[in-house]
Structure formats: C-alpha cells, structure tokens
Design a protein around this ligand. Structure first.
Ligand SMILES: [Fe+2]
Length: 307
C-alpha cells in the first residue's frame, strides 16, 4: 500500500507519494498502483526516496519506455536516458519577464506538442536549487476544459488544432499573461532552433480529447506552439483561440511547485501543460529529467502537409 497524500486540497489534480525504494519500484504490483495513481492524478510528487540517477531512471522506467533525448550534449554520462538542464544564458538565452531578467523561462506548453506523437510524460529532479524562483508550474487540461463557458466548449468540440514549433516564445500569439521580451540568444541555439523548425512541419491534433481510462474530456491545447483551428476562418479561429488562451494561461489555476532537494515530479504530458518560471540571471539551477515515450493511449496527430 503506497503512502500518498493530496498535493493541494484546493486543486482538482496532483498527489504526493512518500518513501519509495528501489525494491518497491521494481515490484509489479507497486508499478501498477503508481500507474493508476498517475492516470487519475496527472501529477505526482515523490518525496523521501533515494536522490540518485539510478533511482531516477528506475522510477521513470516503471511508467514506460524512456526516450533518449536528441541533443547529445545534455545527456548525462553513464545514464543516456537522463538529460541535465543547467540555467545558463549560453544554453537558454535571457528573457526579461515582467521586468526581471531570467534564464530558463518557458511559458505554458506541453513537451513536443508540435509533433504528431508527443511524449507521454516527464520526470524531473532538482539537483541544485536557486536562492529564489526556479519554480515549475503544472496546469490540468481537464480543468481548463471544465472552466470554459459552454459557448467555447461548443466552439472547440470536434475541431482540430494546427501546432508548430516556434523559436521565440514571445511571438507565440496564445502565450499571454506576462510581458516577455527576448534579451539574448546565443547564435548556436538560434541555428539549432531554425534547423528544428525546418525539419518539423506543422501538425494537427484533435482540440478536445478523451482520457480513455476515465472518459474525461480535456482541452488538447498547448499555448506555446498553437497556431490555428483547421478549417475555420482565420478571424474566427483567432477569436476562439484568444479566448481559450485566457483560461490556459491562468496561473491562479495552476500548481506552482517550489523545489526541495531530493524531490521528483512526474507529469502526464498528455493532460498537463507545464511552465518553467525561470531563474534570475546569475543564480544557479540544475535539473535532470527522463522522458517517457508515447504509449497506445495517446491520440497520435498527423502532419499538416499530409492532411
Ligand atoms: Fe517542457
């Protein structure tokens, strides 16, 4: 029997899990219980468990096959499924967000939302915590859908959304809620982003999707990358997406996690959008992550050029 608690009684998602060990994570009955909890709660925070790379990989594997990241330079030596993110202007650039220069700021998004087949989940661990800031936000796409007024639910029902990767977050029309301005981007990052854009044409996904295990509807909408509603007049599409963006960028409805050393967070990348609030320039933050591959439960989109 797992030791679990509600993450925040005011939130409709999220649980914490306490005291896992390598032996427990290897137990098929525990794995099944954890998977079921993940599907129901969308976000799991693991506390009081080993803070090691080996445990991180083992815990990730208990939820599914892991993806080896395409960028070799951020892979962790000896554990290629792990990638390390260090707040570094030479890797992340600098954004001025609401008047503060930040490194590692990433607005609301789902990972790989711009690909037909995104990842199923991510599992993060904090290795070095900044003196302040550096939080990660999580927002339930079930909750975003539930909060929409009926007229917007009707407007998105049965629709498909076109999503594309963009290399400047401030130019995403449906990323709202803060003043963000790019201050610095290293040339090598700009070049690799342009390559990524060139090799990943826009793709199409259903805008409303259903979690098969529960039958619950969610808004399959990543503010970063969202482009337009397929088959809708441009002005009408922009009006609908601008309205739903207000709900999907509402930080007051999110779980905002202030990291403690030794914690891990797992999110369901299909039903959760997440956000990195960024670290003040000059402060230090180091995170590691494993990525869980798409599984048979996820709706797979298609490329726009094949539509
Ligand atoms: Fe992300």
């Amino acid at each position: 029997m797992l030791q679990t608690r509600k993450l925040d009684v005011g939130l409709p998602f999220g649980a914490s899990v306490h005291g896992l060990t390598m032996a427990l994570v290897a137990d098929p009955a525990v794995q099944a219980e954890l998977k079921d909890l993940w599907v129901r709660e969308s976000v799991l925070v693991f506390r009081d468990c080993p803070a090691t790379e080996e445990f991180h990989v083992a815990l990730g594997k208990s939820f599914g096959e892991l993806i080896v990241h395409r960028s070799a330079h951020i892979r962790v030596e000896g554990n290629p499924e792990l990638v390390q993110f260090t707040a570094d202007p030479e890797q992340d650039g600098i954004y001025r967000v609401d008047g503060i220069d930040k490194v590692g700021w990433i607005p609301w998004h789902a990972d790989l939302a711009w690909m037909p087949k995104s990842s199923r989940g991510g599992l993060l661990r904090a290795l070095t915590i900044p003196s302040e800031g550096g939080e990660t936000g999580f927002m339930s796409r079930f909750d975003v859908y539930e909060r929409l007024p009926e007229r917007l639910k009707r407007a998105v029902e049965g629709r498909e959304i076109v999503t594309r990767i963009r290399n400047a977050y401030e130019t995403n029309p449906y990323v709202i809620g803060q003043q963000a301005e790019l201050r610095y981007k290293p040339k090598h990052i700009e070049e690799s982003e342009l390559q990524l854009i060139a090799s990943n044409p826009p793709c199409i996904h259903p805008l409303v999707a259903i979690q098969p295990e529960t039958g619950r509807k969610f808004l399959n909408f990543s503010p970063a990358g969202a482009d337009y509603i397929l088959g809708m007049a441009p002005e009408a599409s922009h009006k609908v997406l601008s309205e739903i963006a207000i709900y999907a960028n509402d930080d007051s409805k999110a779980y905002r996690h202030s990291w403690k050393l030794g914690e891990y967070i797992l999110w369901d990348n299909w039903v959760i959008n997440h956000k990195a609030y960024g670290t003040a320039l000059g402060d230090t933050r180091v995170m590691q992550r494993v990525t869980i591959a798409s599984d048979g439960q996820q709706v797979v989109g298609r490329l726009l050029e094949a539509a």
